[in-house]
Design a protein around this ligand. Structure first.
Ligand SMILES: Cc1ncc(COP(=O)(O)O)c(C=O)c1O
Length: 378
């Protein structure tokens, strides 16, 4: 049987990882500035994480959502404390797309409307409503195209209000700082006005924090920089440090009822143990502050390289923009300098999404390798 060939693969086979490093089957060490696509938050195979998951597995790996699960309660409590999102309700699922799918569905239940408003260059996942709200027609199948979605440009409030005025929009979904799209972010006044417009026209504001959440930008959630209060916040990637878990935080104005949402695997014991370990380490090692500090160091070093035309993003959700496509550079960084980095929809943007444990010496190592490859191009 062959694998369904949907991923272009680098010819590297990782077999082990520790903190910010990944090791392939030949024992070669790679510095991971990609974090398996912004997933690794507290570092690969963190000892606390490994120990807690191992213990949980030996006690109880899984039971369904038909019994009491104190780990879900503990996760909700710890999430409230660290995120300062007080009084929100937590619903757990398994991935980013699923988190957004549930968020959109809940918005539709709550408002009894069905149109979604989304933004150019957005990415929200590959399930039905989430993919329809994603600005990439190549991944939207005819079955998904039945969703009603209108796209606006990020920052364009006039078009947003025109769309909302029709009164049929159930949800506005937004990545406060765009991930795959290329790290664009609008102004604080845009996000605040957007939240006001959602209230005015009774549309649910969904902050997609799947990539930016759990401290990646230096704030627990990226929207917090702008002082807005979304109705629903979706989370995944960094939440489990590689263990599949997603979730939504739901404002208390949205009421639950039995059967409204549901999942078999969501919120299982192992996933909760993983996410609780992430929160424990984020706090113990002060990783949000580290993300902010190392980000400044990284940006300073990037500013000294003339080939870099623009430095985008914040915290450890960064992008280096060049005036040429970075595909070959990215390959050379991996194969010749043993540096994992990411790409974006913008072909000139090299993305940097490392574990939040990154230190100055790792940044120095990256720039040494980057400069070597850039100098070869001259
Ligand atoms: C902002 C954002 N939302 C949603 C998703 C979808 O998450 P998943 O791949 O876990 O379904 C992603 C994945 O890259 C993402 O970056």
């Amino acid at each position: 049987m062959s694998l369904f060939n949907v991923y272009p693969l680098f010819d590297i086979t990782p077999v082990k990882a520790a903190d910010v490093f990944v090791y392939d089957k030949n024992g070669t060490e790679y510095l991971d500035l990609y974090g398996g696509h912004a997933v690794i938050s507290i570092g690969h195979s963190h000892p606390t994480y490994v120990q807690n998951i191992r213990k949980q597995l030996s006690d109880l790996g899984f039971y369904s959502n038909s019994i009491q699960n104190p780990l879900q309660e503990a996760l909700a409590k710890e999430l409230t404390q660290q995120s300062n999102c007080n009084n929100y309700q937590l619903f757990l699922c398994n991935s980013g797309a699923e988190a957004n799918e549930n968020a959109l569905k809940l918005a539709s239940f709550h408002t009894n409307k069905k149109k979604i408003l989304s933004f150019s260059n957005s990415f929200h996942g590959r399930t039905s409503a989430a993919v329809a709200a994603t600005d990439n027609t190549k991944i939207v199948a005819p079955i998904n195209a039945q969703q009603e979605v209108e796209f606006c440009d990020l920052g364009d409030l006039t078009t947003v209000e025109k769309a909302l005025q029709k009164g049929d929009v159930c949800a506005v979904i937004i990545e406060c700082i765009q991930g795959v799209g290329g790290l664009d972010e609008s102004t604080t006044s845009f996000y605040q006005d957007l939240a006001e417009l959602c209230k005015k026209y009774q549309a649910i504001l969904i902050a997609d924090e799947v990539q930016s959440g759990f401290g990646r930008t230096g704030d627990f959630f990226a929207f917090q920089k702008h002082g807005v209060q979304p109705d629903i916040i979706s989370m995944a990637k960094g939440m489990g440090n590689g263990f599949p878990i997603g979730g939504i935080l739901i404002h208390p104005s949205i009421k639950a009822s039995y059967g409204l949402l549901g999942t078999t695997f969501g919120g299982n014991h192992l996933a909760c143990a993983a996410s609780l370990s992430v929160l424990e380490v984020l706090q113990q090692e002060k990783l949000l502050a580290n993300a902010t500090r190392i980000s400044e160091y990284f940006k300073k070093k990037a500013a000294a390289i003339p080939q870099i035309k623009n430095i985008k993003g914040r915290g450890l959700m960064l992008g280096l923009e060049f005036d040429f496509p970075i595909a070959t550079l990215r390959k050379d960084l991996i194969y010749k300098q043993h540096l994992f980095t990411g790409s974006a929809k913008n072909p000139n943007l090299l993305r940097i999404l490392p574990p939040l444990t990154l230190k100055e010496q790792h940044v120095d190592f990256f720039f040494k390798g980057l400069k070597t490859e850039l100098n070869k191009q001259q």
